[in-house]
Design a protein around this ligand. Structure first.
Ligand SMILES: [Ca+2]
Ligand SMILES: [Ca+2]
Ligand SMILES: [Ca+2]
Length: 403
């Protein structure tokens, strides 16, 4: 058996954290893997109707946004719906769509598990029921309720009135995430196009920047064109189609992205993200959205699983496409990175304490370093090298076998 350690550095600063997979605490002692990392979670509160009775001591609906962060803290970081309460949230830098297996993740915390009815929507108006959670950590599969190619940006959770009493009546939501996630880039039409025109402006730097990121993601691209509600429905459809096509042509001609991997949709004035009654709102509605779906399997068995390490107990590793994330069962230490070739993972380790404290933090932790894991041919063991902070991974002894 031969291991070949490569020393190519993958500096964390060169990576965009928002798009790196990570495992997150599920509020009940386990962790759950999101291959798109922090962007997977809900970004904005659209509306909140607090239940009756509401919590004696409540925390705002914003506590349900962003990454799971409750981690057993008894009095913070979750939104209590109240008895029969209703919360609507929106994704802005990602979308929800159907992938094999569960897609929508609702993290409800606390000793009492309180179910919610979950709904999803494309526009925040027409809702599709996607089932009832059991309370606690819940992952719902939307497959039975949607078309394969549909994308959703709104989620509604409604407390089912299971439990009326206590300090926090109703479900307590820490986070809402899309496991079946993808990355959503928004292009403001005012920056990209002249008013009413579909020809790209001279300065295409914003689009070029997005195109580069899309090319690196190597996925299937959906381009959606949208307008405000000024003008006829028909002319708005035409304008949004022409703009989506102009963006597609740019991706093909300038970024050399294969045209067969790009689909366009002309949506005209539908799905407004802001109020068309104001100029500011109309400006936000005039936009082109680019959604990238990575064409990979949710789990790749050769790496995903529990590994028995020589020094630190069990390490649980997950893989989605090239993305790797993992955590140690005994101390919550984490690893994250990417497969740089068939058998090599390059990335970082993060701990709560270590022999050296770095100047910068990763996920609020200043104890981290470089890590290279080299898997053997049949993925039954790996050998690793590591270093502190951004020093080269050159210390040996980070080894494990399949558990
Ligand atoms: Ca998000
Ligand atoms: Ca699914
Ligand atoms: Ca939270």
């Amino acid at each position: 058996m031969k291991f070949k350690i490569s020393f190519m550095m993958l500096l964390i600063s060169a990576l965009s954290y928002s798009q790196i997979g990570r495992t997150y605490p599920d509020g009940h002692g386990d962790r759950v893997f999101f291959p798109y990392g922090d962007i997977s979670f809900a970004d904005e509160v659209v509306s909140f109707k607090i239940g009756d009775p509401g919590p004696i001591e409540g925390f705002g609906p914003e506590e349900a946004l962003g990454i799971p962060n409750y981690e057993g803290n008894p009095n913070k970081y979750f939104a209590t719906l109240g008895y029969g309460g209703e919360l609507v949230v929106r994704f802005t830098d990602n979308v929800l769509y159907d992938i094999p297996g569960p897609d929508l993740f609702i993290l409800e915390i606390g000793a009492l598990t309180e179910p919610v009815d979950a709904y999803i929507s494309k526009d925040g108006k027409d809702w599709i029921s996607v089932g009832r959670t059991d309370g606690g950590f819940s992952a719902l599969d939307i497959a039975d309720y949607v078309e394969k190619s549909d994308v959703f940006r709104y989620v509604k959770v409604v407390d089912i009135k299971a439990k009326k009493g206590g300090k926090w009546p109703g479900a307590d939501i820490d986070a809402i995430g899309a496991i079946g996630s993808s990355i959503n880039f928004q292009l403001n039409a005012a920056v990209t196009f002249d008013t009413g025109k579909a020809k790209l402006k001279e300065n295409t730097s914003e689009l070029a920047d997005i195109a580069k990121k899309i090319k690196d993601l190597k996925g299937l691209v959906l381009i959606e064109g949208y307008t405000d509600n000024i003008g006829s429905t028909e002319s708005n459809i035409t304008l949004s189609k022409n703009r989506a096509d102009a963006v597609k042509n740019f991706l093909v001609d300038n970024a050399k992205i294969d045209a067969k991997n790009i689909t366009t949709k002309a949506l005209g004035e539908s799905n407004p993200v802001a109020d068309n009654a104001t100029e500011e709102g109309r400006q936000k509605n005039r936009r082109v959205e680019l959604i990238v779906f990575q064409n990979t399997e949710i789990e790749q068995k050769n790496v995903t699983g529990t590994w028995k390490t020589t020094k630190n107990g069990n390490l649980r590793i997950y893989r989605y496409g090239d993305v790797i994330a993992g955590w140690y069962e005994n101390d919550g230490g984490e690893i994250l990175g990417k497969m740089s070739d068939d058998h090599t993972m390059q990335g970082q380790w993060i701990e709560n304490k270590s022999g050296k404290t770095c100047n910068t933090a990763i996920y609020d932790r200043k104890n981290w370093g470089s890590l290279v894991l080299e898997f053997n041919e049949d993925f039954t063991e790996f050998k690793g090298q590591w270093g502190y902070c951004d020093a080269e991974a050159s210390t040996t002894g980070w080894d494990a076998n399949r558990n």
